[in-house]
Write a protein that binds this ligand. Structure first.
Ligand SMILES: *[C@@H]1O[C@H](CO)[C@@H](O)[C@H](O)[C@H]1NC(C)=O
Ligand SMILES: *[C@@H]1O[C@H](CO)[C@@H](O)[C@H](O)[C@H]1NC(C)=O
Ligand SMILES: *[C@@H]1O[C@H](CO)[C@@H](O)[C@H](O)[C@H]1NC(C)=O
Ligand SMILES: *[C@@H]1O[C@H](CO)[C@@H](O)[C@H](O)[C@H]1NC(C)=O
Ligand SMILES: *[C@@H]1O[C@H](CO)[C@@H](O)[C@H](O)[C@H]1NC(C)=O
Ligand SMILES: *[C@@H]1O[C@H](CO)[C@@H](O)[C@H](O)[C@H]1NC(C)=O
Length: 264
């Protein structure tokens, strides 16, 4: 009897061990399937922008596009990516050639450190961005909730994701029209698609280095003030970059640029 119980116990143990083993195996399969599905999801996002001219960055990378972006969206966003590179190339060239002793530099960065600015401009153009995802599906409903106002938004729930709203396509202009739509005061830099995209990159933590670059101030007068009185933060403020990029670019295309501010 006791032997039988012993056998029973031993068999029970073997059975239990087998169940645990099989369970682990099944869990492993399930995890593998989930991982595979995620991998497939990433593969299913379009890896586009191969046609974008990367300028001086031979191997620059771009965000991925969610499959919710249709062909029209993709065309618009491809041109947008081109313009992020175009505007960054101009800025980098100016920074390398003129350094910090330049009217436009001083206007937006005061006596801020050249190497900070150079590093940020290089970073936004050339940092690895394939983990950044642009999606066109208004997944959080914020585009619909803010019609004719939200051109896009960073996703609180998914740091690497940015939603592009339909209003983006309606409201954003091309660099070729710089100054044609109004001065930079009336038609501020984020109204240009490529510059706006750079602004959106800055919302992603690994690009803003956990708020090293942040939105400290936004109105043009405050942005100019920051450069004059607080250059340590001017070189860390998103809008100082956006104005600098637009000012450098427009001043090169249009004599005198189109700042639209007196006495600056
Ligand atoms: C940055 O640019 C250089 C020069 O074009 C290129 O070789 C490098 O691969 C780029 N880095 C990334 C992360 O794209
Ligand atoms: C693509 O989507 C946009 C809205 O995001 C829509 O206005 C447009 O008509 C769509 N184009 C095509 C070809 O489906
Ligand atoms: C990108 O810009 C280059 C020139 O800067 C141009 O030749 C090319 O056609 C553009 N591509 C797209 C997709 O706009
Ligand atoms: C800065 O530029 C001004 C005007 O172009 C020039 O007179 C001055 O010598 C320059 N300063 C330095 C430190 O290069
Ligand atoms: C900007 O100006 C150009 C040229 O005048 C025009 O075609 C375009 O529609 C304008 N874009 C916006 C968003 O106002
Ligand atoms: C500079 O700006 C930052 C961000 O707005 C602020 O926290 C800091 O106190 C300012 N420093 C000075 C000296 O004004």
């Amino acid at each position: 009897m006791s032997k039988e119980i012993g056998t029973f116990r031993r068999n029970g143990l073997v059975l239990l061990t087998s169940i645990v083993c099989i369970g682990t195996l099944i869990a492993g399969f399930v995890l593998a399937i989930i991982a595979e599905r995620d991998a497939v999801n990433i593969k299913n996002t379009r890896k586009t922008f191969t046609t974008v001219a990367t300028g001086e960055w031979a191997n620059a990378q771009f965000p991925r596009l969610h499959k919710s972006c249709n062909a029209t969206d993709v065309d618009f966003l491809t041109r947008t990516m081109n313009e992020t590179m175009e505007v960054a190339s101009y800025a980098k060239e100016q920074l390398l050639v003129k350094g910090a002793n330049d009217t436009i530099y001083k206007r937006w960065f005061g006596d801020g450190e050249l190497y900070d600015v150079l590093g940020v401009v290089d970073g936004i153009a050339n940092m690895t961005k394939t983990d950044v995802l642009l999606r066109c599906d208004d997944v959080d409903g914020l585009c619909a909730a803010n019609p004719n106002y939200y051109a896009g938004h960073h996703r609180e729930k998914a740091d690497a994701e940015t939603v592009i709203c339909d209003y983006f396509y309606e409201s954003r202009a091309w660099l070729s029209d710089i100054c044609a739509n109004g001065t930079l005061k009336d038609f501020p830099p984020p109204r240009y698609a490529g510059i706006d995209m750079i602004h959106r990159y800055f919302h992603v933590s690994f690009i803003n280095l956990d708020e090293y670059i942040g939105e400290y101030t936004e109105e043009v007068e405050d942005v100019l003030d920051l450069a004059k009185s607080n250059s340590t933060f001017a070189v860390r403020n998103v809008d100082n970059y956006l104005y600098y990029l637009a000012d450098v670019y427009s001043s090169d295309k249009i004599s005198g640029g189109c700042l639209g501010l007196d006495g600056v």
